[in-house]
Design a protein around this ligand. Structure first.
Ligand code: GLN
Length: 554
């Protein structure tokens, strides 16, 4: 097993996850089996209890872990399924050490950060790497070098170079190189300081990636090399590019792959980065554009919907179109004429979410799409609001709601799942991870999944369509096209998907298919949704051309 450790310096949010993922992609492109591990020095046991508004989305793995969004980047760039073991936090490490201490397993020792905590960290990194039968494990240390909370992790990864054979461990450091507009200079001083801090804890980086706005000049690389004790050919730059899928290409072009081969004594292989250049080609010169209106709550924090946006992009690549997003603040959809808010929108998406804020607006968005025959995709909460809307406005269930938002609703069409009634605490207690969905033949859903009868998608929710209302809703025309199979004694089983006959594309899912979407294998519901949006746009364009001779719809 070979290990590459990625650390970051100067500031956080540098896109270390993308550089880590891209490094993985360029090794994958050489045929190596690669996994990635994210270390998060915060004390939360997992990301499940953290606000998406601050930390971005909570990414859900197949085995039901609620993880940092970088795990999503790794899965998409490496095209592998990761799991609970791939996201290590301070919370998990200390929890394990303290539990072991309470059981008396340390005998009479004094339990200390070194070696007990660092050993726990090393064991976790090793077992995560070994869980997937791979040759290279890339381990990204979250946060910034110099943070108090990352110290035990840096100490643990420092020890790897002596625990492992020569040539099996390498360190890569990513730092910010600010560009000063006024003097037109790239400043390398923060990088020098950051590497000095890293060396202070005993880690000499083997490679440095400069994160910069633009491509830095040759002198900048030379200067960094000189001041940080790294060869000039081991200094790279990850400068701003229009799309993250270009980053593997940018780093490969500069020779990062070759350097890793040399350092880790890997057989040199010619990389095949075809999937990335193809994706970049479509993103750069798409055949058309579609605009998706997303009625959400965190409209100012796109990272809160990262996988969703990526899945739309993947759907766009498949259909050779660019997907533009029009953020629609759900709270602004409640009063008056809302059609203005949907101007230029080719399809409506209501994403997952928690809490009452913006709910009535999301219900309105579903209604708007249903009534105006605009393509609609509902994800998790997006299924729940579509069901509430249908119950109220078509099935005649006045005041229908989810008990999440109105515990006293006369018609709780969305209700807590029975297994949720006894749940205590909020961390890791939802219905999480992969669950099967049985698909009704002949439906839109069956078409979307190319005729498959059973598929697995990832979940993260506490509420569900209330089985007591299933008959009433389907009698009034809501088509239940996907259910959880084998739920004995519960009639129709849990509702996994609903759709509307006679609507060009109205599909809502209780799961989050975006988590499984990959650039090379787009999620079927997202690909089909983008295709429906394109059809809608072209139809509108035709209509507009017929009416006024103008080429663009309003
Ligand atoms: N709040 C809803 C529930 O818990 C929906 C969750 C979601 O959209 N992920 O069931």
């Amino acid at each position: 097993m070979k290990y590459i450790f990625v650390t970051g310096g100067v500031v956080s949010s540098l896109g270390k996850g993308i550089v880590t993922s891209s490094l993985g992609a360029i090794l994958r492109a050489r045929g190596y089996k690669v996994t990635a591990v994210k270390v998060d020095p915060y004390i939360n046991v997992d990301a499940g209890t953290m606000r998406p508004y601050e930390h971005g989305e909570v990414f859900v793995t197949a085995d039901g872990a609620e993880t940092d969004l970088d795990i999503g980047h790794y899965e998409r760039f490496l095209d592998i399924d990761l799991g609970r073991a791939n996201n290590i936090t301070t919370g998990q490490v200390y929890k394990a050490v303290i539990e072991r201490e309470r059981k008396g397993e340390y005998l009479s020792q004094t339990v200390q950060v070194i070696p007990h905590v660092t050993d726990e960290i090393k064991n976790r990194i090793r077992s995560a790497a070994q869980e997937q039968d791979v040759e290279v494990a890339i381990v990204e240390i979250g946060g910034t070098v110099g943070d108090i909370e990352s110290l035990p992790f840096l100490e643990a990864i420092r020890q790897f170079q002596f625990d492992e054979e020569d040539g099996d461990v390498m360190y890569l450091h990513l730092t910010l190189v600010p560009y000063l507009q006024t003097s037109e200079e790239f400043k390398t001083k923060p990088t020098q300081h950051s590497v000095a801090t890293l060396r202070g804890v005993g880690i000499q980086p083997d490679a440095i990636v400069l994160r910069s706005e633009k491509e830095p000049p040759q002198e900048a690389y030379k200067k960094v090399a000189l001041f940080t004790n790294v060869r000039p050919e081991a200094v790279f730059a990850s400068y701003n590019v229009p799309d993250i899928y270009q980053v593997p290409l940018v780093l490969e072009e500069q020779g990062l792959g070759k350097l890793v081969e040399k350092k880790l004594r890997l057989e040199p292989v010619f990389p095949n980065l075809g999937i990335w250049s193809d994706a970049v080609k479509v993103l750069r010169s798409p055949e058309d554009t579609v605009t998706i209106g997303i009625a959400g709550k965190y409209v100012k924090m796109p990272d809160a919907y990262l996988s969703l946006l990526e899945a739309l992009k993947h759907g766009g690549i498949k259909n050779r179109v660019k997907v533009e997003v029009n953020w629609i603040d759900a709270e602004g959809l409640v009063e008056g004429d809302i059609s203005d808010k949907f101007r230029g929108v080719d399809a409506v998406l209501v994403p997952g979410g928690f809490g009452i804020r913006g709910i009535e607006g999301k219900i309105k968005a579903a209604q708007y799409a249903r009534e105006r025959q605009i393509p609609y995709l509902g994800i998790c909460l997006g299924l729940q609001v579509a069901t509430i809307e249908y119950a109220r406005n078509v099935a005649g269930l006045e005041g229908a709601n989810s008990t999440e938002f109105d515990p006293y609703t006369p018609h709780p069409v969305i209700d807590l799942m029975p297994e949720q009634l006894e749940v205590e605490g909020l961390g890791g207690t939802m219905r999480l991870g992969n669950w099967p969905m049985k698909i009704k033949p002949g439906t839109l859903l069956a078409r979307v999944y190319s005729g498959a009868q059973l598929v697995y998608e990832r979940h993260r929710h506490r509420y569900e369509v209330n089985p007591d209302y299933v008959e009433r809703l389907s009698d009034s025309g809501l088509q239940i096209s996907g259910v959880t199979p084998g739920m004995a004694g519960r009639g129709a089983g849990l509702v996994e998907a609903v759709e509307l006959d006679g609507h060009p594309f109205f599909l809502a899912l209780q799961s989050h298919p975006e988590f499984k979407s990959r650039p090379m294998r787009p999620s079927p519901p997202f690909a089909a949704f983008v295709e429906a949006a394109l059809r809608y746009r072209r139809a509108r364009r035709k209509l507009a051309q017929g009416a006024s001779g103008s080429a663009e719809p309003a």
